[in-house]
Structures are given as structure tokens and as C-alpha cells.
Design a protein around this ligand. Structure first.
Ligand code: ATP
Ligand code: MG
Length: 352
């Protein structure tokens, strides 16, 4: 029996509802596939912040380092600033564990209606550089309150950072539709973006089977709305990737079904798996949350841990429940979180 130590941070709001739902499914899958998933729960997040003045304890990263993966719900609360929750937990985790890739599958599912008129199936993998780029602390503000008050923030692209993101994206494209689109803005951003373009091109040359297209991000955003089914893998910098992947989850239907992974592809450090959505305080505690984004993130975690069959078992189960027409309110259904989860558990058993 293979053992995996997994750190669980359910976090805030609906994280407390969708994480237990996904864990029930993961436990059922583990039993059927002879996996020993050992979950350790950490009560970190905004409530912890309100009690202790920080999102996680001082040795939080050390505690997490003892695990192979981190399964996160959501952090964020109306009482805690977004910057506090991002820089107090997620960004330190991404950096400490060199989770330099953020992957977000953007895929239409039967039973989840896309707001687009066309019924063409969409299946895109968005690969976002996760450690550098536009998200840097380098900069500052001067002449506060004066007419010439100014702010500067530097973007940092490193050869290592860009090339490893490009390599990861190209290798994914190679095993999918063999088309890779790189998001750029080198007509306007004349130092860092041409550097990005150059290194992406250099890296992708090692994958002759992959066709690379560089596309200006403004046009790419429009095309993601007008004809998203024409894309296969998209690679983008930290900021551009963040925007494109939110757009992607919007065109496929509900934000409640979209998963993501913050990967350290080499497996030297734990990777983190979390749904795209946040803590959704507007529906927290009401049993309305869609658990699919969390379940799908769990399937990605199983895949990353080396169990593709277990991953696809879970994936097939929630996809077929959605296809049968069951769903939470956000996808047009009437099921509660627990009713939907019960249906997925039954389907897991049925397709064993
Ligand atoms: P945060 O600050 O934590 O990111 P947010 O309010 O900015 O929270 P989300 O939590 O992603 O952003 O919520 C955006 C909208 O989508 C809300 O109206 C929320 O109710 C809805 N939503 C998000 N996730 C789900 C889900 N899993 N099921 C149903 N609705 C959801
Ligand atoms: Mg948000």
C-alpha cells in the first residue's frame, strides 16, 4: 500500500464545506485503489489571523514541508484584507516550495452550461508562471500626498523562471494537442516581454512536435471569449496568466467547478492543490457550495502523486453525476453540497 502524507488547510468560508466533501471522495477512492492517504488538518486562515495576528504560525512552512502535498480550500474573509491573506499564506507557500507552475484546466463539462452561445467543447490547459514576473516586492512610493506622488513596481523575469515555465508548458502540449500559445505584450512592454518571448521560443525549439504561437494578450483575451475551442495549451506570465485563467473559468460556466494546482514539478517540495474560487462569504454555511472545483483539484493531486487511475476514477464519477443533471444552484441545479457529494460517492462505488 502506498502512503502519502497530505496537509489539509480547509481555510475560510465555503472551504469548510467543500474540503470535507472532497476528502470523503478521496478517502473512498483511496480505499478502492489501495492508497493510504494520511491527512493532517491545519486550522489556518482568516479566523486564525483574527486570533493570532498572522495567517499561519511562524513555523508553518516547516510543518507543511513534512508533507508530500497540500490540499487547500480557500483563504479570505471580509474582515481580513486580500493582501494579508495572499502574502501571509499563499505566496510564501508558492515561493518556499518552488511551486513555479500554476496549472488551470479550462474544460467544458456536460451539465455545466457555458455562457457562450456555441456548444463547441473547450479543453485548454493554462500554465501560469507562479514565482516571479509582475508579482514582486521591488518598488515603492514617494512624495505621498503631493501632486507629484509616484509609485514604481518592477517586473522581474529570470532566464531560469521563464524557461522552466515554457518547458513545462511545451511538455504538456506535446502530450495533448501539440499547440502552444504564449501570451505576450512585447509591443508595449519593451524590455521584459521581448525577453519572455525570446526564452519561450528557445525552450520550445526542443519540442519540434509542438507548434508555438506568440499572441498579444489583448487579442488572446478576446479570442478566449470568441473562439476558446481553438486553443490547446497557453503559457503566460504571473499576472497575464492570472487574468486569462479567470477568464477561462468564466467562459466554461461556473467558477465553482474550476480546479488549480501550484506545482513543484520535480517533486522536491510539496505541491498545492486548490479550487480557483475563493471563500465565497455570500453563500458560506448555507450548504450551497459546489464541491466540484475542490474534488477536481483532488483528482489533480492524485495524478501528481503518481496515481492516474485513481484520479480518473474520481474525475469520471463527478463528471457523470453532472452529466445526469445533478448539480448545485450555481450550475442550475437544486442539490445541496452534501446531496451532490452523496451522489458522487455512490457513483464512485458503482464504477468500481
Ligand atoms: P475571495 O476573496 O476568497 O477570493 P471572492 O468573493 O472574491 O472571495 P469567490 O469566493 O470566488 O470570490 O466568489 C465569487 C462568486 O462566485 C460569489 O458570488 C460566490 O458565491 C460564487 N462562488 C464561488 N465559488 C463557488 C462555489 N464553489 N459554489 C457556488 N458558488 C461559488
Ligand atoms: Mg477573490
Amino acid at each position: 500500500m502506498t502512503t502519502h502524507k497530505i496537509a489539509v488547510i480547509a481555510g475560510d468560508g465555503i472551504g469548510q464545506e467543500v474540503v470535507p466533501a472532497a476528502l470523503e471522495c478521496l478517502e473512498r477512492i483511496a480505499r478502492l485503489h489501495s492508497l493510504d492517504l494520511q491527512f493532517t488538518h491545519f486550522d489556518w486562515g482568516s479566523d486564525y489571523y483574527l486570533r493570532h495576528g498572522r495567517m499561519m504560525p511562524e513555523d508553518g512552512l516547516e510543518q507543511l514541508a513534512r508533507h508530500e502535498a497540500i490540499f487547500l480550500g480557500a483563504v479570505g474573509s471580509p474582515q481580513v484584507s486580500d493582501a494579508e491573506s495572499l502574502w501571509g499564506l499563499l505566496i510564501p507557500i508558492r515561493r518556499e516550495f518552488q511551486q513555479y507552475i500554476n496549472v488551470r484546466p479550462v474544460k467544458t463539462l456536460d451539465g455545466v452550461k457555458s455562457p457562450l452561445a456555441s456548444k463547441e467543447p473547450i479543453d485548454i490547459l493554462i500554465v501560469r508562471e507562479n514565482n516571479e514576473g509582475e508579482y514582486s516586492e521591488i518598488g515603492g512610493r514617494i512624495y505621498r500626498g503631493q501632486p507629484h506622488e509616484s509609485a514604481v513596481q518592477e517586473t522581474i523575469f529570470t532566464r531560469l523562471g521563464v524557461s522552466r515555465a515554457a518547458h513545462y508548458a511545451a511538455s504538456q502540449a506535446s502530450s495533448r494537442g501539440r499547440r502552444l500559445t504564449s501570451a505576450t505584450k512585447s509591443n508595449g512592454i519593451i524590455h521584459t516581454m521581448p525577453f519572455w518571448d525570446e526564452i519561450v521560443e528557445e525552450a520550445v525549439r526542443l519540442y519540434p512536435e509542438v507548434t508555438l504561437t506568440s499572441e498579444l494578450v489583448d487579442a488572446l483575451a478576446a479570442h478566449l471569449v470568441l473562439k476558446p475551442w481553438t486553443y490547446d495549451v497557453i503559457v503566460a506570465s504571473n499576472l497575464l496568466g492570472d487574468i486569462l485563467s479567470d477568464l477561462g473559468s468564466a467562459v466554461t460556466g461556473s467558477i465553482g467547478v474550476a480546479p488549480s494546482a501550484n506545482l513543484n514539478p520535480e517533486g522536491d517540495f510539496p505541491s498545492l492543490f486548490e479550487p480557483v474560487h475563493g471563500s465565497a462569504p455570500d453563500i458560506a454555511g448555507m450548504g450551497l457550495a459546489n464541491p466540484v472545483g475542490q474534488m477536481w483539484s483532488g483528482a489533480m493531486m492524485l495524478e501528481h502523486l503518481g496515481h492516474p487511475e485513481a484520479a480518473s476514477h474520481l474525475q469520471t464519477a463527478f463528471e457523470s453525476v453532472l452529466r445526469e443533471g445533478l448539480g448545485t444552484r450555481d450550475v442550475g441545479g437544486t442539490s445541496s453540497t452534501s446531496e451532490f457529494t452523496a451522489a458522487v460517492l455512490a457513483t464512485i462505488d458503482a464504477i468500481d
